[in-house]
Design a protein around this ligand. Structure first.
Ligand SMILES: NC(=O)c1ccc[n+]([C@@H]2O[C@H](COP(=O)([O-])OP(=O)(O)OC[C@H]3O[C@@H](n4cnc5c(N)ncnc54)[C@H](OP(=O)(O)O)[C@@H]3O)[C@@H](O)[C@H]2O)c1
Length: 296
């Protein structure tokens, strides 16, 4: 097995690296030697030539897991071309290469493909309607992938990803909580935080599943987040409570917190399809944030 993981320095890439190198839960069918991790140094998704060059000069892969993405939601409003190249055109090119190599492709997408106006969790079949550039480019990537690779790929849409690595909501709250005496956090955006380590376990379960191993399976979209829901404010309160941080925290509305990109009000994903297909039980976000903070 040769499994390529892109975005090796990102939250998800690093979480995969950690799990496959240290965790005994990794199935006998794989070994850590099967995984090849690449960052933008080896495979720059902003350049069509870099992508072609990388695959022309390496042996074929059995599975490609695309964890790389342009993820700076506000900056994407100004860097539309670059965000579109990385999140859309590069994904199309990767799908073409995977198809030619008869490799399976697992691609990660986002709740931000939805407009957030729903009052219930989004199903995979609900109409996407992104309200910011990042969401638009991620949706274009999904659509291009499905057109090029109608078989043998999986798109996992996830939400509010955090981990012990890099910059994310949790690391920001831990920093601000120590620096400040009070903090305002948005309370009218609702979602399910997703611990990257849990998402990695999900990806490894998929890779190991007999239906994924078979070629000729129709490309599928799955939603995956931790269970339960909260606002950013409630999430921050839980982080402070678990870490015994005494910073006072107050709820504010989205209107009171100006950002370049608009954010969906409801980011909830309905996870029943993935739970049923792979017979998994989602961990609750409160259990997962506790597990993550124990490792920070
Ligand atoms: N974070 C979230 O809240 C969230 C929510 C929903 C969905 N997702 C999706 O989940 C996936 C993983 O996200 P994450 O949180 O792990 O993101 P992340 O920590 O920002 O990592 C993204 C990685 O992509 C790499 N990258 C960016 N531009 C690149 C380029 N031109 N060529 C090659 N690599 C490039 C970055 O490289 P450098 O390290 O060199 O910058 C980084 O390592 C992404 O598809 C994202 O859209 C994330």
């Amino acid at each position: 097995m040769r499994i390529l993981v892109t975005g090796k320095n990102g939250q998800l890439g690093r979480s995969i690296h950690k799990l496959v190198n240290t965790d005994t839960k990794i199935d006998n069918n794989q070994s850590s030697n099967d995984f090849i991790f690449v960052g933008r140094g080896e495979l720059d998704l902003s350049s069509e030539n870099s992508i072609s060059h990388y695959f022309d000069n390496n042996n074929k892969f059995d599975i490609i897991i695309n964890c790389a993405a342009y993820t700076q939601v506000d900056k994407a409003e100004e860097e539309v071309g670059l965000a579109n190249q990385v999140n859309h055109l590069a994904v199309k090119q990767l799908a073409g290469i995977a198809s030619k190599q008869q490799a399976k492709l697992i691609h990660i997408s986002t709740d931000y493909v939805f407009d957030g106006e729903s009052d219930k969790p989004y199903l995979e079949t609900d109409t996407a309607n992104p309200i910011n550039v990042y969401g638009k480019t991620k949706l274009s990537g999904e659509q291009a992938l499905q057109a090029v690779m109608p078989m043998n790929a999986i798109i996992i849409r996830t939400s509010w990803v955090y981990s012990e690595y890099g910059n994310n909501f949790v690391s920001t709250m831990l920093r601000l909580g120590k620096e400040r005496e009070e903090l305002n956090v948005v309370s009218d955006q609702i979602g399910s935080p997703t611990y990257a380590a849990d998402l990695v376990e999900m990806i490894l379960t998929i890779i190991d599943h007999e239906s994924f191993r078979r070629m000729g399976q129709k490309t599928q979209i799955y939603h995956y987040s931790n269970a339960g829901k909260c606002s950013w404010y409630e999430f921050a309160k839980e982080i402070f409570s678990l870490k015994k941080i005494e910073c006072r925290i107050s709820p504010i509305t989205t209107d009171q917190y100006k950002t370049l990109a608009r954010r969906p009000k409801c980011s909830l994903l309905d996870n029943k399809k993935i739970e049923k297909k792979f017979s998994i039980k989602l961990k609750h976000w409160k259990d997962s944030i506790s597990a993550c903070l124990n490792r920070v």
